[in-house]
Design a protein around this ligand. Structure first.
Ligand code: PLP
Length: 363
């Protein structure tokens, strides 16, 4: 017989951990048209995959990768035009959010961030014993920059976190406002630019020389289409990166991911072309959605669109999934109750989504 795990044993687990919920993608089902995680609809072209086969045979799987892969760091430094030592790579940018917690959050510390915002940050703050001061966006989902500046002034936090463009709202903060926040903050400001390639606003990276408190997060999961390989990175001043290196786990980027990332960084034209296609598809998708009676669509600076109808979102999500299309219900965010989020896919995928939606709400 298997002995049950006693509650007294579970009680030894930190309350900050026990009070959390594990990260899961709600409503996920296996369907042909997957538009629920803001992924790129484009896998690597077969010719590039074939090139990787050569690398695959040359990689020694029995050997550890280096703690920080030198070739990849050099390629990313050149991609971001930053000096040597300015980059830390991780197993997706998600992994690096925990490095932020390890470095900057003492128990009880306040962290200022907008709300709604990519949920992982708030859970990371709680796991590290911090306290999130969440600044609710305006009713049009634009950032409330004035309220963020006030919260920074009042709380003098070690850490401020921004995501621009923001997931889940899809909206970007104007560069001039990002600059105001970075300059006003007495501590570090993390600017998560996961959707940067889809955004017309300038990157915060240009502030790095003058603002040593800035940390920019990027990922290869979205525009680069590598969500399945897990590669993200942080850009900051070398003195800060070398401190952060002390709190991070070694070997988080495996040898294969390094090769794939290097290949894409050598083929940036492909990435740019695909970003252009995704932007065009997103524009068409948004227009088509707006033309459906009873559908409200929000502006976007990303590869996804927030929309709502008069239908119950959970029911609508299930009906769409029954028709082979998966989107995301945003009702987990109190400000977004009623909204669904659809990632812009290929032309055919977007068409399949629109047909499915039309057949349900156009009835
Ligand atoms: C704002 C934001 N940051 C980070 C990530 C995750 O990036 P990664 O796949 O590099 O962990 C996402 C994924 O949806 C995101 O929306």
């Amino acid at each position: 017989m298997v002995r049950p795990v006693p509650e007294t044993l579970l009680d030894l687990i930190r309350p900050e951990v026990r009070s959390q919920r594990p990260y899961t993608v709600p409503g996920a089902r296996k369907v042909p048209v997957k538009l629920n995680q803001n992924e790129s609809p484009f896998d690597l072209p077969p010719a590039l995959k074939r090139e990787l086969l050569e690398a695959f045979f040359q990689i020694s799987f029995n050997r550890y990768p280096s703690e920080q892969p030198a070739k990849l760091l050099t390629a990313l430094e050149s991609h971001c035009s930053v000096p040597e030592g300015s980059i830390l790579v991780g197993n997706g940018s998600n992994e690096l959010t925990y490095t932020l917690g390890m470095c900057f959050i003492h128990p009880g510390d306040v962290v200022v961030l907008p709300c709604p915002m990519f949920a992982l940050y708030e859970s990371m703050i709680h796991l590290h014993g911090g306290q999130a001061v969440s600044i609710t966006c305006r009713s049009d989902f634009q950032f409330d920059v004035g309220a963020m500046l006030d919260a920074i002034e009042t709380n003098r936090p070690n850490l401020v976190i921004l995501t621009t463009p923001n997931n889940p709202t899809g909206l970007a903060m104007p560069f001039s406002d990002v600059e105001k926040i970075v300059r006003a903050a007495p501590g570090f400001v993390v600017v998560d630019e996961a959707y940067h390639e889809f955004n017309t606003e300038a990157s915060a990276l240009s502030l790095l020389d003058d603002c040593p408190n800035l940390i920019v997060m990027r990922t290869l999961s979205k525009a680069f289409g590598l969500a399945g390989l897990r590669l993200g990175f942080m850009v900051a001043r070398p003195e800060i990166i070398s401190e952060m290196m002390k709190s991070r786990l070694p070997f988080m980027v495996d040898r294969m991911s390094e090769q794939v990332a290097l290949l894409l960084l050598r083929n940036q034209e492909l990435v740019k072309d695909r970003v252009q296609i995704i932007l065009n598809n997103t524009r068409t998708l948004k227009e088509a959605l707006s033309s459906i009676d009873g559908v409200e669509v929000r502006p976007t600076n990303t590869n996804f669109v927030l929309f709502r109808t008069s239908a119950d979102p959970a029911t609508l999500l299930n009906e769409l999934a029954d028709k082979g299309v998966l989107v995301r219900n945003m009702g987990g965010y109190p400000e977004l109750v009623g909204f669904l989020r659809v990632t812009s896919g290929t032309e055919d995928e977007n068409k399949a989504f629109l047909e499915a939606l039309n057949s349900i709400v156009g009835k």
